[in-house]
Design a binder for this molecule. Structure first.
Ligand code: GTP
Length: 413
C-alpha cells in the first residue's frame, strides 16, 4: 500500500518550531484516535482543514469522522507531521548529528520551514537584534543541496562508467542514485522535465550536475516558508525582503505564539475563538449568558493588542493556513471512500463520510482503490448516484472524490 503523506517541519533553534508544532497538533477538540501505522517520537498528527463533502450533500448533522473532526462542514483531516529537529549550519558535514537529520528529511513529501522573521535570533538561535532571516532560507537550501550533491559526486565516476556499460537511460541511472531519498521514478522524471535540452548523462559537467540536483530538490522538497513571529515590530521589513527575493515561494505569515495563547484562553473559557479566523469574542461582546469568564484589565488589554497587532492586520494567526499551503503545494484532494454510495455511510449506522484520505489530484481511481483497499481484486468502482467510474478516471475536488469500491468476493488476500 502507498505510504501516508508526511510534512516535515524544519527550522533553526528558537525559530518557533515547537510552538508551531504545538499549535498544529492540538486540534482543540476531541478527535479520533491516531490513524497512522507508524508511531514514532518525531511524528505527530496535524489537522488539515478542508470543506467536507457533508456540507455539499447537506448531511453535516450525520458527519462523524473515524479520525479527525468535522464541525458544520469544516473538517480536520489528519496529516502526518515530522519534526526534523536539530538542523544546524554544516549539518551535511555531520555536524550536530547533521546527517541523521538530513536522513529524516527524506521521509518528508513537503517541508514547512519555520523562519524567525523578527530577526531576533542569529544563525544558531541565540538572541540578537537585526539578524537577516534571508540567510536562514538560503542556508537551509544550501545545506540540502550540498548534502545531495556531495553524495552524488562521491560516486560520480563509477556512476558514469556503469551508465555507459549498461546502456541505461538518464532516468534509470538517476533513479538508482536518487531513489534513496524516497523519490520514485515519476518524481525524478519531473525533475528532468524541468530541464529541457539536457545533454546525455555521460557528458554532464559539474554545472549540469548541480542544475540537476537543484531541480531534483525543487520537486522532492517543495517548501512552504512560515514567516513566524510576524507580531514582532521588526518583522515587516524582513517579510517584504523575503517576498521580493522569493516571489514564487509559498509564504505564510504566522504568529504561532498567539495561536497557542488564544487556544489556551479559549480552553479556560475567557474567550470564544475559532482557529483560522480573525474573530475572538469575550464576555464584553457576548454578555454573561455566554458562560465566558470576566476579564481583568491586564487580560483585556492583551486581547485588544492581539486583535490590533495580529488578527485585524493579518486576518488570522496564519497557523491553519500552513497545512493548507502544504496541501496545495502537494496538490492533495480529499477523497471519501464510502461503503454505501447512496447514503454515504460506512455500512453500519447512519453516520456519513466516516473516512477521508488525501490523494494527489489527477490520480486514477484504481490507484486510490489500491491505496485504500490494499491488494484485493476490485470488481467495480461507483461514484455519486451509483454511477460506474472507469478505473483510469481521475480524482479532483468535487469530481470522483466520493467513491465506493466493490470487491470480488474472495479476490485477493
Ligand atoms: N513574538 C513571538 N515569539 C514567538 C513566536 N513563536 C515562538 N516564539 C518564541 O520564540 C522562542 C522559541 O520558540 P520555540 O517554539 O521554543 O522554538 P524552537 O524552534 O522549537 O526552538 P528549539 O527548541 O531550541 O529548537 C520562545 O521564547 C517562544 O515563545 C511568535 O509567533 N511570536
Amino acid at each position: 500500500m502507498a505510504r501516508d503523506t508526511v510534512i516535515g517541519l524544519v527550522g533553526k533553534p528558537s525559530s518557533g518550531k515547537s510552538t508551531t508544532l504545538n499549535s498544529l497538533t492540538d486540534a482543540n477538540a476531541k478527535v479520533g484516535a491516531f490513524p497512522f501505522t507508524t508511531i514514532d517520537p518525531n511524528k505527530a498528527t496535524g489537522y488539515l482543514e478542508i470543506d467536507c463533502a457533508c456540507a455539499r450533500h447537506k448531511v453535516s448533522d450525520l458527519c462523524k469522522p473515524n479520525y479527525g473532526y468535522c464541525r458544520q462542514g469544516k473538517r480536520g483531516v489528519p496529516i502526518m507531521l515530522l519534526d526534523v529537529a536539530g538542523l544546524v549550519p554544516n549539518a551535511h558535514l555531520g555536524r550536530g548529528l547533521g546527517n541523521k537529520f538530513l536522513g529524516d528529511l527524506t521521509e518528508a513529501d513537503c517541508l514547512i520551514h519555520i523562519v524567525d522573521v523578527s530577526g531576533t535570533t542569529d544563525a544558531e538561535g541565540k538572541a540578537t537584534r537585526g539578524y537577516d532571516p534571508l540567510q536562514d532560507i538560503e542556508w537551509l537550501q544550501d545545506e540540502i543541496f550540498r548534502w545531495i550533491l556531495g553524495n552524488l559526486m562521491e560516486r560520480w565516476p563509477s556512476v558514469v562508467r556503469r551508465h555507459r556499460a549498461t546502456k541505461s537511460t538518464t532516468l534509470e541511472t538517476l533513479r538508482q542514485q536518487l531513489g534513496g531519498y524516497s523519490a520514485n521514478k515519476q518524481l525524478i522524471a519531473k525533475a528532468l522535465d524541468l530541464l529541457p535540452g539536457l545533454q546525455p548523462l555521460q557528458d554532464w559537467d559539474d554545472a549540469t550536475i548541480q542544475k540537476v540536483v537543484r531541480s531534483f530538490m525543487d520537486v522532492k522538497f517543495p517548501t512552504v516558508l512560515a514567516l513566524n513571529k510576524m507580531d514582532h515590530p521588526d518583522a515587516d521589513k524582513n517579510v517584504s525582503k523575503i517576498i521580493l527575493k522569493y516571489p514564487k515561494s509559498k509564504v505564510v505569515l504566522t504568529s504561532s505564539i498567539t495561536e497557542v495563547l488564544l487556544r489556551k484562553l479559549a480552553n479556560q473559557k475567557f474567550i470564544k475563538y475559532d482557529s483560522g479566523t480573525e474573530f475572538i469574542d469575550t464576555i464584553d461582546d457576548l454578555g454573561p449568558e455566554s458562560g465566558l469568564k470576566p476579564l481583568d484589565d491586564k487580560l483585556r488589554n492583551r486581547i485588544e493588542n492581539i486583535r490590533d497587532l495580529v488578527l485585524y492586520r493579518f486576518g488570522s494567526t496564519g497557523v491553519v493556513d500552513l497545512l493548507k499551503a502544504a496541501a496545495s503545494l502537494l496538490d492533495l484532494v480529499p477523497v471519501y471512500p464510502v461503503r454505501n454510495i447512496h447514503n454515504f455511510s460506512g455500512g453500519s449506522g447512519n453516520n456519513v463520510f466516516r473516512d477521508c484520505v488525501l490523494i494527489k489530484r489527477g490520480t486514477p481511481v484504481i490507484n486510490v482503490a489500491r491505496k485504500i483497499m490494499g491488494d484485493v481484486t476490485i470488481a467495480a468502482i461507483e461514484g455519486v448516484g451509483g454511477q460506474r467510474v472507469g478505473e483510469e478516471d481521475t480524482v479532483d475536488v468535487g469530481k470522483n472524490d466520493i467513491l465506493s469500491f466493490k470487491i470480488v468476493p474472495g479476490g485477493g488476500n
